[in-house]
Design a protein around this ligand. Structure first.
Ligand code: FAD
Length: 304
């Protein structure tokens, strides 16, 4: 097998990977170690980049998102993967390969792995960024453990927050208050919270209080709700603009991309990882999906 073929005067990569989060990086580690010709496109930021403490990743007792990614980039470069700091603008499917437009240039590849993740829209509370991922969290799986034994405020715009508050109390801390953001909670949920010993506040949070340490939340009517940690809401949009126009099957809501077990989408040769497809959003899960996609791609390239 040749490491890379040529179409016209253009190099044909074995695989182009979009996104240098844990998913894309792990795929590159596997692909690079097959000695394939691989290009990784990397645009700064991403969900892992914003994680201050990751402590549920095997082998790494505590690592920050940026440190995990930096180590990963060095690792993939050591296996011969080309890393380009450029945002992929478009992927086009041709009969036997893909064209990938990035940084104003077109690259050709047999396979593409879309590992571009999602971006978060955070609640518009003053000072939120001061505490984000330190004592203001949006993901129970990621950071619920960090609220253990602390005075917790759960903030949600829907009654889903009731379920979350009960779960948080069962797993992490007895001191939970639910703040119903901008709505009045139905009586059945009030009774539920009362039975569980969870406090209820209704109002509009405006500002997080505290300089170095979170001390509470000020509501628009001036009330202050003390807390040490917050599980708040955020909404997520997929980083998938560059896939527009491709014949990709989506879920019934038209949101996530449908994939087979190995992560291949309905478009042969295009694999999808992490937040772009269904499943729990976790760094280690994305990494596992990256490994799986890479192994599947290797069997196609060498026809094992
Ligand atoms: C605050 C916070 C804390 C978290 N804590 C944990 C934790 O403790 N444990 C855990 O397992 N998970 C945690 N997560 C979740 C975890 O970050 C995600 O599950 C993880 O990001 C998935 O990795 P990924 O590779 O799929 O995507 P990402 O990490 O989002 O990486 C995608 C990359 O693709 C890039 N990209 C996007 N579009 C393009 C494009 N067009 N061209 C090129 N590049 C592009 C992005 O900039 C980004 O670098 C946390 C998330 C957040 C926000």
């Amino acid at each position: 097998m040749e490491k890379a073929d040529i179409i016209g005067s253009e190099t044909l990569f074995d695989c182009i990977v979009v996104g240098a989060g844990p998913g894309g990086l792990q795929a590159c580690i596997h692909l690079g170690r097959y000695n394939f010709k691989v290009m990784l496109f990397h645009s700064p930021g991403g969900r892992t980049y914003h994680a201050k403490h990751i402590e549920n990743y095997l082998g790494l007792p505590l690592v920050s998102g940026p440190d995990l990614l930096e180590t990963g980039i060095t690792q993939v470069k050591n296996f011969g993967v080309a890393v380009e700091n450029a945002k992929v603008e478009r992927v086009t499917a041709r009969e036997r390969h893909f064209e990938v437009l990035a940084g104003g240039k077109t690259y050709l590849s047999r396979f593409v792995i879309a590992a571009s993740g999602a971006r978060e829209t955070l609640a518009p509370f003053k000072n939120l960024l001061r505490f984000f991922s330190i004592s203001y969290y949006t993901c129970m799986i990621c950071d619920g453990y960090r609220t253990t034994g602390k005075k917790l405020l759960v903030i949600d715009r829907t009654a889903n927050g009731v379920r979350m508050s009960i779960g948080m109390k069962q797993m992490f801390t007895k001191d939970v208050t639910f703040l119903a953001h901008g709505f009045s909670l139905a009586p059945v949920y009030r009774t539920l919270l009362e039975d569980e010993g969870i406090g209820l506040v209704e109002g509009r949070p405006e500002e997080l209080l505290g300089e170095k340490t979170l001390e509470g939340v000020r509501l628009s009517d001036g009330r202050v709700i003390p807390c040490e940690v917050i599980l708040g809401w955020g909404s997520v949009s997929l980083n998938d603009d560059y896939l527009e126009g491709l014949a990709l099957e989506r879920d019934p809501e038209g949101f996530k991309i449908v994939t087979k077990g190995s992560g291949e989408s309905s478009l042969p040769g295009l694999f999808v990882l992490g937040a772009l497809r269904h499943g729990h959003s976790q760094a280690i899960i994305s990494a596992g999906q990256g490994a799986e996609a890479a192994i599947e791609i290797s069997t196609r390239i060498v026809e094992l």
